[in-house]
Write a protein that binds this ligand. Structure first.
Ligand code: TRP
Length: 451
């Protein structure tokens, strides 16, 4: 069993197993129009229901991307990777929502809300600005000043219990309840952009490192349990729609025969609107079958049923989509972590310090120059090479050339480190300049309730 949880200090890199164990879908490059560097290099390796987003995009419909930041410590390369992905989605047409998890940082790490605000703006948002997110389509908010997020977290709590938290997160009797509340508020973060006042029903994708998947499993489960209508595979082919009767809707979708018939008539109408003619509605057994529907039809059917649910007074929440990226190795060869500064580079790192970190970083080279020339280096475990791959070399052909040279022993470890240092220095310098030039834009990234 691979133990994955958001608070572990260890990191599993057995990605094949992770895909199997958690039921992620592998990403194939051909699915992605305009693949980013992360896609091309297999760094983003899996997803859940990314198809919803891709379908919305290909029809010119709205979709969003969502992430959150923990306002503690400093922004480093690991965080940059997520923001690069957010920017890519934005370039593909997504609107961007970013949560400052100040309630979480306050409850679990003891930061005051005003410290959280200062850290969020100075350490994180200033870098988002510098990294080129579009202020017009980026909305940053604080958990503490957006009550709907907290309310949704509270309400969604009804759809889970402590046993599920134990199963998902390994929580025990002595777990602090702040750690129970945080994932619920985070579910509020992830789901609230679908509310009418935050952009309305549309697919929302959350790009994460694979350690965050428990949060997404929880959130998807919670959203799914609120749905009034379900879309399932039908045994003999096609799709089957069923109705979930629950406390909240029993007077609307349950009750007397005439009411139930009326609900089924509305489902059939919605499906006719999508162009289906072969619709087998069986109100008595609570089923509508679509024998001709395909897997690709799931998304439009789901959307139309969620709209119907909303028109009948339900929340109509679509389960979030997610993508998963591999982790860049920490500079000392273990996990990258902000609590261990020697394992990563901060976005405002002093160039001399950056250089030192690379010089000391874990190398895939041989012990002596003679051996290195003869045997070559191993780029797969070499930090400098990995950092070119993950962060600093944009050109695939140039990267491949470095790989070949290193494997052949033509490029020495010290030379590889120096190449990476030079690239990193350029990047850090330019980022710093952009930060200074665009500091005045920070406010424009904040949603009205965050100013
Ligand atoms: N818990 C996340 C972290 O520790 C931050 C976060 C809060 C978040 N809300 C979110 C991430 C919503 C993604 C989506 O970094």
């Amino acid at each position: 069993m691979v133990d994955i949880n958001p608070w572990s200090s260890e990191v599993s890199t057995d990605y094949e197993r992770i895909i199997e164990q958690f039921g992620l879908e592998p990403i194939s490059l051909s699915q992605i129009p305009n693949p980013s560097l992360h896609h091309r290099r297999g760094i983003i390796f899996a997803h859940r229901e990314l198809g919803n987003v891709l379908q919305a995009q290909s029809r010119g419909e709205a979709f969003g991307v969502m992430t959150g930041l923990m306002p503690s410590g400093q922004m480093h390369l690991g965080h940059k990777m997520v923001i690069d992905q957010v920017r890519w989605f934005q370039e593909q047409g997504a609107d961007v929502t970013i949560a400052v998890a100040d309630l979480e940082a306050n409850a679990t790490r003891g930061y005051s809300l005003s410290d959280c605000r200062k850290i969020a703006l100075e350490e994180y948002v200033s870098n988002y600005v510098a990294m080129g997110l579009d202020p017009e389509r980026t909305h940053i908010y604080f958990q503490s000043t957006r009550p709907i997020v907290q309310r949704m977290g509270f309400t969604l709590g009804k759809r889970t219990n402590l046993s599920e938290f134990e199963a998902i997160y390994g929580f025990k009797g002595d777990t602090n309840l702040a750690h129970v509340q945080a994932p619920l508020v985070q579910a509020g973060d992830i789901l609230h952009p679908q509310l009418e006042e935050y952009g309305g029903l549309r697919p929302i994708v959350v790009p994460v490192g694979v350690d965050q998947d428990p949060h997404l499993r929880l959130c998807r489960g919670l959203a799914g349990k609120t749905n009034w209508f379900n879309v399932n595979d039908r045994k003999n082919g096609g799709l089957r729609i069923t109705v979930s009767v629950m406390d909240e809707n029993q007077n609307i979708v349950g009750g007397d025969k005439a009411t139930v018939k009326g609900v089924f008539a509305r489902i059939v109408d919605a499906l006719k609107g999508l162009g289906y003619s072969d619709i087998m509605a069986d109100a008595k057994h609570g089923i509508v079958d679509l024998p001709a529907a395909t897997q690709r039809d799931r998304y439009p059917i789901r959307m139309s049923l969620l709209h119907l649910e909303r028109s009948m007074g339900g929340p109509g929440l679509l389960q979030p989509s997610s993508t998963y990226h591999r982790f860049a190795v920490g500079m000392t060869g273990g996990k990258m972590s902000s609590s261990m500064p020697e394992t990563t580079i901060f976005l405002n790192e002093d160039l001399k310090k950056m250089e030192k970190k690379f010089k000391r970083s874990f190398s895939g080279g041989q012990a002596t120059v003679e051996e290195h020339r003869r045997l070559g280096g191993n780029p797969d475990i070499d930090v400098a090479f990995q950092y070119l791959n993950f962060f600093f070399e944009q050109d695939d052909a140039a990267l491949e050339e470095v790989r070949r040279g290193y494997v052949a022993g033509d490029i020495l470890s010290g030379e590889l480190k120096q190449m990476t240092i030079d690239k990193a220095a350029t990047w850090l310098t330019e980022l710093g300049e952009m930060r200074d030039q665009n500091a005045h834009l920070v406010n424009e990234f904040l949603a009205a309730d965050a100013r």
